[in-house]
Design a protein around this ligand. Structure first.
Ligand SMILES: Cc1cc2nc3c(=O)[nH]c(=O)nc-3n(C[C@H](O)[C@H](O)[C@H](O)COP(=O)(O)OP(=O)(O)OC[C@H]3O[C@@H](n4cnc5c(N)ncnc54)[C@H](O)[C@@H]3O)c2cc1C
Length: 373
C-alpha cells in the first residue's frame, strides 16, 4: 500500500520539487491521510500503533520508490519524546491532532552553530518567569520549520556551571510555532545541496507557557537521547531504500546501454561494483532488521541501531556512487534523477549523526575503549 501511494508521486514530482526547493505538501498530506505518519502513535491516541519495524518499512518504501522520506521521518520519531515523557494531558491534547494531521510536529530544534555535535554545550536558554519560560538563543539546520505547527526544542534551563554533569540542566519544550511573534522568533532558510528546507532559527525572548515543558525540568538531554535509537533505525531503513533504488537503476541501465557492441553490464568492471554495493546493502539491511526487532521487543539496541545507521548510510552512498558511474555522463543529467538521489543520500553520513560519532559510540560503549571527549 505504501508502494502504491509512493508510485503516485513520480520522479517528475520529486525532480520539480528539488529544482524549486519546495516542500512535498501533496505527498505529506497523502501520507498523513493514509495514517502512515502516525505509524508509531499508539491506537488510543489515534495512531496506527505499529512498531519501529513497520514504521521503518514505510520510510524504506518511500525512498525505494525514488521519493524522499525526509519530510516524514521527523514527525515519526519526534513525537516519541512527547509519548514517552509528556504528561497524560499533553499526550491527549497533541497526539490525536498529530495523528490526524490537524497539527504537524516536524521541527526538531537541537543543533546550534557553536556547539555542533557537542549538544550539552548548547547555549539557547529558557528562563522561568512565572507561568512561562523565556527562550533566547540561536539554532542552526532546523528543518521544516515553515511547514510545522510545533517544534520540539532543547534548551538550557540551568547554567552549565551550576549543574553537576553537563548533561543536566537541559529541558525539552513543545513550542507552538503558530503563536510565535515575528519579533521573538525567526527562521531563515539555508540553501543546501539538496532539498531539505532547513533553517537558521533565532529566539529573542520568545515566551513559552510552562505547560509546554515535557517531563521534568533539567532532564531533557536524556529524553532526547531516548529517541535516538528509533531515529537511527528509521534513517537506516531510508538508506536501504535509497540503496536498492540506486542498484535498480544501475542494473537496468547496465543491461540496456550498449557501447562497443555489448551491454556495459557485460563488462565485469561495470558489473562487480554494482554487485558489491548490493551485497553491502543486504548486510546493512540485516543489521537494521535486527535493531528493529530488538527495539520492538523492548531490548537494549543502542549498538545495533548505531551500526545499522552507519552500515546503511555507507552502503547507500556506495550504491549512489556506483549508479552515477554506471550512467556515465547521463548520471549527471537531472532528468535521470541519479544526481538528485546522490545528493540526498549523502546527507546521512553527517545528519542526524555523523559517522565519526557512531564509531566513537561503538569504541567507547561497546568495546570499552577510553572515552575521547
Ligand atoms: C540538511 C540538514 C538538516 C538538518 N536538520 C536538523 C534538524 O532538523 N534539527 C537539528 O537539530 N539538527 C539538524 N541538522 C544538524 C545535524 O544533525 C548536524 O549537522 C550534525 O549533527 C553534525 O553537527 P555539525 O554540523 O555541527 O558538525 P560538527 O559537530 O561541527 O562536526 C564536524 C565534523 O567533525 C567531526 N567531529 C566532531 N567532533 C568529533 C570528535 N570528537 N571525534 C571525531 N570526529 C568529530 C564530525 O563527525 C563531523 O564530521 C541538520 C543538518 C543538515 C545538513
Amino acid at each position: 500500500m505504501v508502494g502504491e501511494l509512493s508510485r503516485r508521486f513520480t520522479d517528475d514530482y520529486w525532480r520539480e520539487l528539488d529544482q524549486k526547493r519546495g516542500y512535498p505538501e501533496e505527498f505529506v498530506q497523502a501520507m498523513t491521510k493514509a495514517g502512515y505518519l502516525s505509524a508509531l502513535i499508539p491506537e488510543e491516541y489515534g495512531g496506527l500503533g505499529l512498531g519501529i519495524t513497520e514504521g521503518s518499512i514505510i520510510l524504506e518504501v518511500v525512498n525505494r520508490s525514488g521519493g524522499n522520506a525526509g519530510a516524514c521521518h521527523g514527525q515519526m520519531y519526534t513525537m516519541g519524546t512527547l509519548l514517552r515523557h509528556g504528561s497524560e494531558e499533553q499526550k491527549r491534547e497533541y497526539l490525536p491532532k498529530i495523528a490526524s494531521g490537524e497539527l504537524r510536529l516536524q521541527a526538531f530544534g537541537v543543533t546550534e552553530p557553536d556547539s555542533g555535535t557537542d549538544t550539552t554545550s548548547l547555549r539557547t536558554t529558557a528562563v522561568r518567569r512565572g507561568d512561562h519560560y523565556v527562550v533566547s538563543g540561536q539554532k542552526i539546520f532546523i528543518s521544516r520549520v515553515q511547514h510545522s505547527d510545533l517544534m520540539l526544542l532543547l534548551a538550557r534551563t540551568t547554567p552549565r556551571d551550576k549543574v553537576a554533569r553537563k548533561s543536566d540542566g537541559l529541558s525539552v519544550f513543545l513550542v507552538d510555532l503558530r503563536d510565535a511573534p515575528p519579533d521573538r522568533f525567526e527562521a531563515r532558510p539555508i540553501e543546501t545541496m539538496m532539498n531539505h528546507g532547513t533553517n537558521q532559527v533565532f529566539f529573542d525572548g520568545l515566551e513559552v507557557p510552562a505547560s509546554q515543558l515535557i517531563g521534568e525540568e533539567g532532564k531533557g538531554f536524556r529524553y532526547i537521547l531516548d529517541g535516538m535509537n528509533a531515529e537511527r533505525i528509521l534513517i537506516a531503513a531510508e538508506c536501504v531504500g535509497d540503496g536498492d533504488w540506486f542498484i535498480d537503476r544501475a542494473t537496468t541501465y547496465a543491461k540496456e546501454r550498449v557501447v562497443f557492441d555489448r551491454p556495459i553490464g557485460q563488462n565485469q568492471g561495470v558489473a562487480f561494483p554494482i554487485a558489491r554495493a548490493h551485497v553491502n546493502i543486504r548486510a546493512a539491511d540485516l543489521m537494521r532488521q535486527r535493531a528493529a526487532e530488538l527495539f520492538d521487543a523492548g531490548q537494549p539496541c543502542g549498538a545495533e541501531a548505531n551500526m545499522a545507521k552507519m552500515l546503511a548510510a555507507d552502503a547507500s552512498w556506495e550504491a549512489a556512487n556506483v549508479a552515477l558511474q554506471t550512467h556515465g555522463g547521463y548520471g549527471f543529467a537531472a532528468e535521470f534523477d541519479i544526481e538528485r538521489k546522490f545528493r540526498e543520500t549523502r546527507l546521512y553520513q553527517v545528519a542526524p549523526i555523523s559517522t565519526n560519532l557512531i564509531l566513537s559510540y561503538i569504541a567507547q560503549h561497546v568495546l570499552g575503549l577510553p572515552r575521547s571527549f
